[in-house]
Ligand binder design. Structure first.
Ligand code: FAD
Length: 384
């Protein structure tokens, strides 16, 4: 069963109406690196964490393109970009591999809680010695009777400090079948979380290191089959990019409106600053960056919904949207002048939040490497 058109439109409208509530106190929370559990619960109440998951597990049964359109609305109306990042992390990191690769038993046990937001999820891939090159990870999982035993250390786990379950990618072999993902409850013996990591932006989305000291999980917590981790990671990353950058595209739309409002109302030399072509042309470029990103996002979401091969489209979408977002946030600081630089207006925060977009989910350099390889260029094979 899937959601009706009426329900789908209602989702996006509801998210738009919740904008003020979800943005409440976001500048203070950013300053204090504070995650807002009350706002998270609100997102859970309206069903955001279950958008693309089957209704029998408490999801809304939306397809990828529909999910992307609701997340665009969230990005546009919620100024707490860290909260939005944590929410898209929940959708991509945990619900996505669990719904697709989890056993019936595992789904019954965990997916309803993940869809409701009562269980917070994260994923742990990156390590101090292996970021872009995910296959360089050193965390291992060895089979021991009916269990797997995980050992290693992970870096930069978004949602890590608040997570109830973390999808941990570990080595179970070598080469193309090196990796396997496991759903690890954070109350399992041997799971230790580092102190929250302070960040440049997205500060309301908590992050930590994760240490696994001979953590024992039942073999049924393996997602997919042993050695199938690269397949799972590819499936997850495509959706992570679409969900996360849907919100980023929404943020660009909201920012464009604010920039236009400012350029038309702020007067210098007896005229609105918009009267200067140096200003109006820069805003025209923001529109181009936003529309190009939106079109690539919608095109790729529709293609993936239609089960087409989107390897090239995903890399282009990620590159275009992340680089346009950084450019638009940087332009906004300039166009707001001194106010753009001062914390109290929140414009500089948007730049700090957006800079991460060209790093996570495969950096710009890695996406260009992908494109080069897909074009048939004789490149070195690189990671995510
Ligand atoms: C806000 C944020 C949230 C994150 N959340 C998570 C999370 O929840 N879970 C998780 O596992 N990880 C997470 N990460 C980590 C993220 O996935 C990595 O930071 C990213 O993959 C880059 O890895 P690295 O930091 O080790 O950098 P490196 O891989 O060391 O890269 C450093 C620089 O070298 C460049 N580079 C590397 N290899 C090549 C190459 N072959 N060709 C050209 N240039 C290259 C990179 O593009 C980059 O500019 C998060 C990161 C950020 C910023």
């Amino acid at each position: 069963m899937t959601a009706t058109t009426h329900e789908r439109t209602a989702f996006a409208d509801l998210i738009a109406q919740l904008g003020a509530e979800l943005s409440d106190g976001h500048l203070d929370d950013d300053r204090d690196h504070r995650f807002r559990a009350d706002k998270w619960r609100r997102l859970g109440e309206v069903g955001l964490f279950g958008l693309p998951f089957p209704t029998e597990y408490g999801g809304a049964g939306l397809d990828i393109a529909e999910t992307v359109s609701v997340l665009r609305s969230l990005g546009e109306h919620c100024l707490d970009a860290g909260l939005v990042f944590s929410a898209t992390t929940q959708l991509a990191s945990t619900g996505t591999p669990l719904a697709r690769f989890g056993s019936a038993e595992l789904k019954e046990r965990y997916l309803p809680g993940v869809c409701a937001g009562e269980l917070i999820g994260a994923h742990a891939i990156t390590e101090s010695g292996g970021g872009s090159d995910a296959l360089a990870m050193r965390t291992t999982a060895r089979r021991d009777g009916d269990d797997y035993v995980l050992s290693g250390a992970k870096a930069y786990v978004s949602n890590g400090p608040i997570a109830d379950v973390i999808v941990v990618y570990a080595k179970t072999g070598s080469g193309a079948t090196a990796l396997s993902p496991f759903l690890v409850p954070t109350d399992a013996a041997g799971v230790v979380r580092g102190a929250p990591i302070s960040k440049m932006g997205l500060r309301t989305s908590p992050m930590c290191e994760l240490f696994l000291d001979d953590v024992r999980v039942p073999a049924g917590h393996l997602l997919g089959y042993e050695g199938g981790g690269l397949l799972v990671l590819d499936y997850v990353m495509k959706r992570e990019i679409l969900y996360s950058f849907a919100a980023t595209v929404g943020q660009m739309a909201g920012r464009l409106e604010r920039v236009i409002g400012h350029a038309n109302s702020r007067e210098q030399f007896g005229a609105p600053i918009a009267a200067n072509q140096a200003v109006s042309h820069r805003i025209a470029d923001l529109k181009i960056g936003y529309e190009t990103s939106r079109m690539w996002l919608e095109h790729t979401a529709a293609a993936l919904t239609g089960h087409q091969d989107v390897a090239l489209d995903i890399a282009i979408t990620k590159l275009v949207a992340s680089e346009a977002a950084v450019a638009s946030a940087s332009a906004a600081v300039q166009l707001f002048g001194g106010a753009g630089y001062m914390s109290e207006y929140g414009v500089e925060k948007e730049l700090r939040d957006n800079v991460a977009a060209t790093i996570y989910s495969g950096s710009s350099e890695i996406q260009r490497d992908r494109l080069a390889a897909l074009l048939g260029l004789r490149t070195r094979k690189t990671g995510r």
